[in-house]
Write a protein that binds this ligand. Structure first.
Ligand code: HPA
Length: 281
């Protein structure tokens, strides 16, 4: 079975849910990473489907990454949007195809704009734990690419243009909303590689030398597939810690989760405001 057929089955399953509730489809999708648990729980939910209920959908195994796909209502515009509460990662042992499968479904559901979020280690010395960073661009160091293999033209072209992987117009909206909310948002390049180890201090120096401002273990495959499908993307990283060697402290997933509680309010407010604006254009 091709990825397209699998994604079609999953999309049809969700379209049936839309029909059942007589809900309007959403053209904006958001993936919630660490730091957005509260936002996820505050949503006006129309549909909540656990990942394991969706045909062919990969199941999340990481603590703190509950897996549910939600159709939520934006109270201000009255429009609906899709939310992925939790994602699966390449380091869990999933293939690139599985990691990016939700994006294929979004495409078949008619999603046009995608807001991706994540937690990342701060490489740029001007970044502190608790900062938010608008993703201006990324560097793919996963040692893999989700588009390797036969190309299905129904999704997109063989060679995807990545000149504007992060859409300028959508990114500007996120920045404007941060200003309105008095959130001091940084901006920079997200350097993505597989994990699950945190970096050694030497690797952190490598990332800095190569132009990364923040480093993480997700997002890049999803954004590549979104662009392949012609979906416009904006991204926000929550800097959960200074990367290894930049501060003297050791890193842990617990620290990432604890620090995520500190940003929940501002991060949630920014995502909410950005989504509302995306729904208006
Ligand atoms: N490195 C990689 N991924 C991360 C980090 C980090 O320091 N913090 C949160 N995700």
């Amino acid at each position: 079975m091709t990825v397209y057929n699998k994604a079609e089955e999953a999309a049809n399953f969700l379209k049936a849910k839309l029909k059942e509730g007589n809900f309007e489809n959403g053209t904006v999708a958001v993936t919630l990473g660490s730091g957005l648990g509260k936002f996820g729980n505050s949503l006006t939910r129309l549909i909540t489907v656990k990942y394991e209920e969706i045909p062919h959908f990969p199941k999340s195994t990481v603590e703190g990454h509950a897996g549910a796909l939600i159709l939520a209502k934006d109270e201000e515009t009255g429009k609906n949007f899709w939310v992925m509460q939790g994602r699966v990662h390449y380091y869990e042992g999933y293939s690139m195809e599985q990691v990016t499968f939700p994006i294929r479904i979004f495409f078949l559901l008619g999603v046009k704009k995608f807001l991706v979020t994540n937690a990342a280690g701060g490489i740029n010395r001007n970044f502190d734990a608790g900062d938010l960073m608008l993703i201006r661009d990324h560097i793919n160091m996963f040692g893999n690419n989700p588009l390797i293999g036969p190309n299905d033209k129904r999704f997109g072209p063989r060679f995807s243009d990545m000149t504007e992987a992060y859409d300028k117009k959508l990114s500007k909206i996120v920045e404007e909303e941060a200003v309105s909310l008095k959130i001091n948002i940084k901006e920079g390049v997200y350097f993505g590689w597989s994990g699950p180890t945190f970096e050694t201090p030497s690797e952190v120096r490598l990332v800095a030398a190569l132009g990364g401002d923040a480093v993480g273990m997700s997002t890049v495959p999803e954004v590549i597939v979104a662009r392949h499908c012609g979906i416009d993307v904006a991204g926000i990283s929550f800097i959960s810690n200074k990367a290894a060697g930049i501060s003297a402290e050791k890193l842990s997933h617990e620290e990432v989760q604890e620090n995520s509680k500190l940003v929940e309010e501002k991060f949630g407010a920014l995502v909410k405001a950005s989504v509302t604006r995306f729904l208006k254009i």
